[in-house]
Design a protein around this ligand. Structure first.
Ligand SMILES: C[S@@+](CC[C@H](N)C(=O)[O-])C[C@H]1O[C@@H](n2cnc3c(N)ncnc32)[C@H](O)[C@@H]1O
Length: 969
C-alpha cells in the first residue's frame, strides 16, 4: 500500500522487472522518475522548448541519470530476468519479434494484409516500395535513448545507439528532438547531427517517450521515426505501466489511433506485468493506416499522445480533487498559508516562480464556491496557456478569498470532506518552499505544518512536510525557528517510520538544522523518542542493510553534529559508525553519485581534526578509492575527491606523502588545475594547497612537476576571488625559503602580484599577499628585501598595520621583523628603511592591540637593538626607550621578556658605544628595574614565568649578566 501511494507511475513499472527489489534499486528509480517529473514541471512553467534547452545543458544531471539508468538496467533488470519466470525483458521482446518479422517471414503476412485492405479501397500499392532482400540484409536498428546499448550484443542487428547522455562509449551522442533527417548520416564534433531518411529497418523507443515532457514532442518523435524507417520497417515502443492491462487502455488505444494517422499500423501489442510493448509497422502506403484511424475516429480517443503521468499533479503526492472543499476555520488557515505573503509584489513573484499547473489544481476547488458570475472571466483565464493571464486570475481569486468571511462561510457550508484539499495545499506549499523565493514562515505556521506530520497522518503528508522543512532550513534564523517550535521532536518520531520517502527528507532536514549551529545540534542530540536518544536512532540507521541514501544522510547528520560541536570528534558514533560508513561508501563497488556524496561528507567531517584525518587514512583503501574517483569525467565527483584529499592531508606529513605517491595523483591535480569547470579548478588548488604543507614534497614532487607554473598562470589570469584565495594560499608555501620553486616564481614578477593582493578588499587576499611576502623575506638577500619594501610602498605598509584583520597585521610585523634580521642585514636595512620601521613599531606599540601583537613589535625592536649601528635608531628615540623600560615591568610576561631581550642587546658589552648606552639606560632607571627583577628570582612564580620557555630562560640569564655589568660600571 505504501509503495502504491508513493511510487505510482514509473517506479513500479521498472521495479516490476526484478524479482528482488532493494532499497538502492528503489532509490535509483526514484531519481529517474524525479528527472522526468522535473522536466514536465519546468515545461509547464517556462515552455517545453526552453525547459528542454535548460535540461540539455545540465550535464551533471544528465550524467547522473545515465549512470543511474545503466546501473538499474544492468544490475537489477537484466540480471534478474529468470529464465523460468513468466516475466520477459523488453529487450528480448523486441528481439523475438524482429526475428519473427524479418527472418521468419512474418513480414509477408503483414504485407498481404495491407494489400488486401488496399484492394478494398481500390488503392494501388506500388510494389517497388516493398522491402527487398530483407532476409539477407543486416537488420539496421536505430535505438533512440539507448543509454547503454542493450541491443549491441545481438549479432542480428547493426545497431546505431543514440542518446543525449551516453552511459557507454559505444553510444553516439545525439539529441533526437533536434537531429536533422536528411540524405545522409553526419557526425560533427563527435555528435550525430543528421540521420539518413528511409534507412532503418527498426527504430526503438524503449522507455524513451515518457522522458519527453509534452504529448506534442512525443508525437513529433514518432513522426521522425516514420521518416527514418524504410517502408515496412518497425517502430517499437516500450512504455512503463504497473497497472493492469485495462487501466490505461484508452491511452494505448489513443496512441494506436495517433500513430495510424501518421501511417503506422500496430502489429503487436502485449501488456507485460509492468510494461506495454508495442510494434508499429510503417505501411507501404500511409493511406491504409489512416483508413483504420478514420474508421475508429468516433471512438473516445485522446487527440494527443498523453502518458499517465500527464494526468497527475505530481506522482508521489496527494492530488487535489475538484469536489472537495474546506471544512472549518482551522483548515482555511492552512489554505491561507498558500497566500499568506506580506505584500502583493512578493506574492506575484512567488507565483511566477511557481508551477502554475499545480496552482491551478490547488485553486480548482475554489471555483465551486466563488461568486460564479463575477468571477467567470478570470476563472476561464485560470486555464489560459498564457502564464500572465493565469497569474492575474490567481491574484483575483486570492483577493476575493482573503479576508472575506462570506466566502469562508460559503466554503464551510458546502464542505463535506476537505482532506484532499489540505493535501493539495501542502503540495503547493512544498513547491513554494522549494523555489528559490523565500517564503516567510512564522513559528505558528511551522507548528501547523508539524501538526500534519504526526504518526497518525499518512506517509505522503509526512514526506511532504519533511521535504518542506528541509527546504525551509536555509540558515541560522530558520534553524533556530524550527528548533524553537520543537521540530526536532517531530522529526525524531518520523525517523522511526520504515519508509525511505519519509525518512530521507527527515534526515536531510535534521542535518540542515545541525549545520554549524551548536545550540540546535545539542537540542537534536538530546531529543528522545520512546526513551531512545536521537543519536542512537542514527546508529541504528547506519546498519549495513540500510539503503545507501539512508547511510549517507545519517552519516551527514552525525557529521554536522560533530562539526557544530554537539558531538566530540572522538565520540564512538563518529569514530566507529559514521566514519567507517563514509569510507566504505567511497569504495568502487558503489555508484559514482554515492561515492562522491560520501567523499564530500568525509571531507567536511575530517577537515579540522587530525585524529579523524588519521583514522580516515588508516589504510590505503580510502586514498585509492578517492584517486579512482578522480578518473570520472563528472565535475562534482572530481570536486568531492579533491576536497577529501585536501581534508585528510591537512595536518599529517605521512598522509600527504601517501596521497602524493598514489598512482598518477599529481598528474590528476595538474589536470584539475586546467579543468574547464571552475569548481574543479578550485578544488584542485585547495588539494594542492593542503599537499604543499609538506616540506619534503615541496622539495621533490612539487619541483619535479613544476607545479608553480600552472599555479602562477592561474593567479595571473584574473581568476574569481575564491580561486585567487586558494591559489595564493598554495603560493605562500611554494615561496618558503627552502622551496626550490621560490626562484623561478620570483622570475615571474611575483613580488608585484603579491603587493597588489595586499591592497584587495577581501581580507583573505590581503593576508595571503602579505604572508607570502613575509615568507619571501625570511633569510633572503637584501636586494629582494628592498625590492619587496619598494613594491609595497610606505603607505601600504601603514595601511596594513592598521588592518581590521589582526592576522594581516601580525604578518606585516613578521615581514618587518624578517627585514631587519639576521644580524648581518640589520644595519644595512635600517640604514635604508630605518625611519619607516621605527614609525611602524611605535604605531603598533601605541595602538589598542593585544599583547601578542605588541610582543611582535617589541621583537622587531630586539632585532634592531642587535645590529651594530642600528641600535642608534632606538637610542635616539626617547619615546621608544621609555616604552621599553615600561614594558620591563609589564604584567604580561611575554611583553616583559621581549623588552628585557631588547635592553640586553642594547647594553651588550664590547660593542662600540656600549658604555654610553649603559649609562643612558641606567639614568632611565633600567638598573633599578633589573635589580627588582633579580630580587624576585626567589619568587617561584616569577621565576617560573621567566624560565617557562628555554628562550625566556636565556634572556633571564642574560639579564642577570647585564645587571652585574651595569653594577660594575
Ligand atoms: C529511461 S532511459 C531508457 C534507456 C534504454 N532505452 C532502456 O530501455 O533501458 C531513457 C533514455 O533516453 C535518453 N533520451 C532522452 N531524451 C532523448 C533525446 N531527445 N535524444 C536522445 N536520447 C534521449 C535519456 O538520456 C535516457 O538515457
Amino acid at each position: 500500500m505504501i509503495l502504491s501511494v508513493l511510487y505510482t507511475q514509473y517506479q513500479p513499472a521498472l521495479q516490476g522487472l526484478v524479482s528482488m527489489a532493494s532499497n538502492e534499486h528503489l532509490n535509483l528509480s526514484e531519481f529517474i522518475k524525479n528527472v522526468h517529473q522535473q522536466l514536465r514541471d519546468d515545461s509547464k512553467i517556462m515552455g517545453s522548448e526552453k525547459a528542454w534547452n535548460e535540461h540539455i545543458k545540465n550535464e551533471k544531471q544528465l550524467q547522473q541519470y545515465a549512470t543511474a539508468m545503466k546501473q538499474l538496467a544492468v544490475n537489477y533488470w537484466d540480471n534478474n530476468i529468470n529464465k523460468n519466470s513468466k516475466e520477459m525483458s523488453r529487450i528480448a521482446w523486441v528481439c523475438d519479434l524482429c526475428l519473427d518479422y524479418f527472418r521468419k517471414n512474418k513480414l509477408q503476412d503483414y504485407r498481404h494484409k495491407e494489400k488486401s485492405v488496399a484492394e478494398k479501397i481500390n488503392l494501388d500499392i506500388d510494389i517497388n516500395k516493398q522491402l527487398s532482400n530483407y532476409e539477407d540484409e543486416h537488420i539496421r536498428m536505430l535505438d533512440v535513448g539507448s543509454c547503454y546499448n542493450a541491443f549491441g550484443r545481438y549479432e542480428h542487428f547493426h545497431v546505431i545507439p543514440i542518446d543525449i547522455a551516453p552511459a557507454t562509449s559505444d553510444v553516439l551522442k545525439c539529441d533526437f528532438l533536434t537531429v536533422n533527417v536528411g540524405s545522409c548520416t553526419k557526425m560533427v564534433s563527435g555528435e550525430l547531427q543528421m540521420l539518413q531518411n528511409n534507412s532503418f529497418h527498426i527504430v526503438v523507443f524503449s522507455l524513451f517517450l515518457e522522458y519527453l515532457p509534452t504529448p506534442e514532442i512525443r508525437l513529433s518523435c514518432c513522426q521522425k521515426a516514420y521518416n527514418l524507417l524504410l517502408n515496412e520497417g518497425l517502430l517499437f515502443i516500450i512504455t512503463p505501466d504497473s497497472k493492469h492491462v485495462g487501466a490505461n487502455a484508452k491511452l494505448m488505444k489513443s496512441w494506436q489511433f495517433l500513430l495510424a494517422m501518421l501511417g503506422f499500423s500496430r502489429i503487436r501489442y502485449q501488456k507485460l506485468q509492468h510494461i506495454h510493448c508495442m510494434a508499429f509497422r510503417k505501411n507501404l502506403s500511409n493511406v491504409t493506416a489512416v483508413r483504420w484511424a478514420e474508421l475508429h475516429q468516433n471512438k473516445d480517443f485522446y487527440k494527443k499522445m498523453y502518458i499517465p503521468q500527464d494526468f497527475k499533479i505530481e506522482s508521489t503526492e496527494p492530488t487535489a480533487s475538484s469536489n472537495n472543499f474546506i471544512k472549518n476555520d482551522n483548515h482555511i488557515y492552512t489554505l491561507e498559508d498558500c497566500f499568506n505573503f506580506s505584500d502583493v509584489d512578493n506574492f506575484v513573484k512567488t507565483i511566477k516562480a511557481f508551477n502554475t499547473y499545480r496552482m491551478v489544481a490547488v485553486m480548482y476547488p475554489f471555483m465551486a464556491f466563488m461568486n460564479v458570475e463575477s468571477s467567470r472571466c478570470y476563472m476561464d483565464d485560470l486555464y489560459s496557456p498564457d502564464p500572465d493571464k493565469c497569474l492575474a486570475s490567481i491574484v483575483c481569486i486570492k483577493n476575493s478569498v482573503i479576508g472575506s468571511n462570506r466566502q469562508k462561510q460559503s466554503i464551510i457550508a458546502q464542505d463535506e470532506n476537505n482532506e484532499r484539499l489540505i493535501d493539495a495545499c501542502l503540495c503547493c506549499l512544498r513547491t513554494l518552499t522549494q523555489q528559490s523565493v523565500r517564503v516567510n514562515f512564522t513559528g505558528k505556521h511551522i507548528e501547523k505544518l508539524l501538526s500534519y506530520a504526526g504518526l497518525e497522518e499518512n506517509l505522503s503528508r509526512q514526506a511532504c512536510i519533511a521535504h518542506m522543512l528541509s527546504a525551509l532550513c536555509r540558515g541560522l534564523p530558520e534553524q533556530n525557528l524550527l528548533c524553537s517550535v520543537g521540530t526536532q521532536q517531530v522529526l525524531a518520531t518520523l525517523l522511526n517510520i520504515e519508509n525511505s520517502a519519509v525518512r530521507l527528507p527527515t534526515l536531510t532536514c535534521l542535518a540542515a538544522m545541525c549545520f554549524e549551529n551548536r545550540n540546535v545540534a545539542v537540542e537534536v542530540v538530546n531529543t528522545m523518542f520512546r526513551n531512545v536518544e536521537s543519536p542512537n536512532i542514527f546508529v541504528s540507521l547506519l546498519a549495513r542493510d540500510r539503503s545507501i541514501e539512508t547511510l549517507l544522510e545519517t552519516a551527514k547528520c552525525l557529521t554536522n553534529m560533530c562539526r557544530s560541536g554537539a558531538l566530540a570528534p572522538n565520540d564512538s558514533m563518529i569514530v566507529y559508525r559514521a566514519m567507517p560508513t563514509l569510507v566504505r561508501i567511497c569504495q568502487s563497488d558503489h555508484l559514482e553519485i554515492h561515492r562522491a556524496a560520501a567523499a564530500n561528507t568525509l571531507a567536511y567531517l575530517t577537515e579540522v581534526d587530525s585524529s579523524l584525518q588519521q583514522l580516515a587514512a588508516l589504510s590505503n583503501q580510502l586514498i585509492n578509492a578517492l584517486n579512482d574517483l578522480l578518473s570520472f569525467p563528472t565535475a562534482s565527483t572530481k570536486i568531492a575527491a579533491f576536497t577529501a584529499f585536501a581534508s585528510i592531508g591537512a595536518n599529517d606529513e605521512d598522509i600527504r606523502k601517501r596521497i602524493i605517491e598514489t598512482h598518477r595523483l599529481i598528474e590528476k591535480v595538474l589536470e584539475g588545475l586546467a579543468d574547464q569547470d571552475e569548481g574543479v579548478r578550485l578544488a584542485a588548488v585547495r588539494c594542492l594547497h593542503s599537499l604543499s604543507r609538506s616540506v619534503q614534497q615541496l622539495r621533490t614532487t612539487f619541483q619535479d612537476h613544476t607545479i608553480w607554473r600552472p599555479l602562477m598562470s592561474l593567479l595571473s589570469g584574473n581568476p574569481p576571488t575564491e580561486l585567487l584565495i586558494a591559489a595564493s594560499s598554495a603560493l605562500c608555501n611554494l615561496l618558503l625559503e627552502f622551496s626550490p620553486s621560490k626562484e623561478p616564481i620570483l622570475q615571474q614578477g611575483v613580488v608585484q602580484l603579491l603587493a597588489t593582493l595586499t591592497a584587495k578588499s577581501e581580507p583573505a587576499l590581503r593576508l595571503n599577499g602579505v604572508w607570502a611576502l613575509m615568507n619571501m623575506t625570511f633569510q633572503t638577500d637584501q636586494r629582494l628585501k628592498s625590492q619587496i619594501l619598494t613594491a609595497l610602498g610606505t603607505d601600504q605598509i601603514f595601511r596594513l598595520l592598521a588592518d581590521s584583520d589582526v592576522r594581516v597585521l601580525m604578518k606585516t610585523l613578521g615581514l618587518l621583523r624578517n627585514l631587519v634580521s639576521p644580524r648581518n642585514h640589520t644595519d644595512t636595512m635600517m640604514a635604508l628603511h630605518g625611519s619607516q620601521v621605527m614609525q611602524a613599531v611605535v604605531l603598533v606599540l601605541e595602538g589598542p592591540h593585544s599583547p601578542e601583537v605588541k610582543e611582535q613589535a617589541l621583537c622587531i625592536l630586539g632585532n634592531i637593538a642587535d645590529g651594530e649601528r642600528s641600535k642608534d635608531h632606538i637610542m635616539a628615540n626617547e619615546d621608544v626607550l621609555k616604552k621599553l623600560t615600561d614594558y620591563m615591568t609589564h604584567s604580561d610576561s611575554s611583553l616583559q621578556t621581549a623588552a628585557i631581550f631588547c635592553i640586553s642587546n642594547l647594553v651588550r658589552r664590547d660593542e662600540p658605544g656600549y658604555a654610553e648606552r649603559q649609562a643612558r639606560l641606567r639614568d632611565m632607571g633600567v638598573l633599578t628595574i633589573l635589580h627588582q627583577l633579580v630580587s624576585t628570582v626567589s619568587d617561584n612564580l616569577l621565576y617560573d614565568k621567566l624560565c617557562f620557555k628555554s628562550r625566556k630562560a636565556n634572556i633571564y640569564l642574560r639579564c642577570l649578566l647585564v645587571d652585574i655589568e651595569l653594577s660594575l660600571d
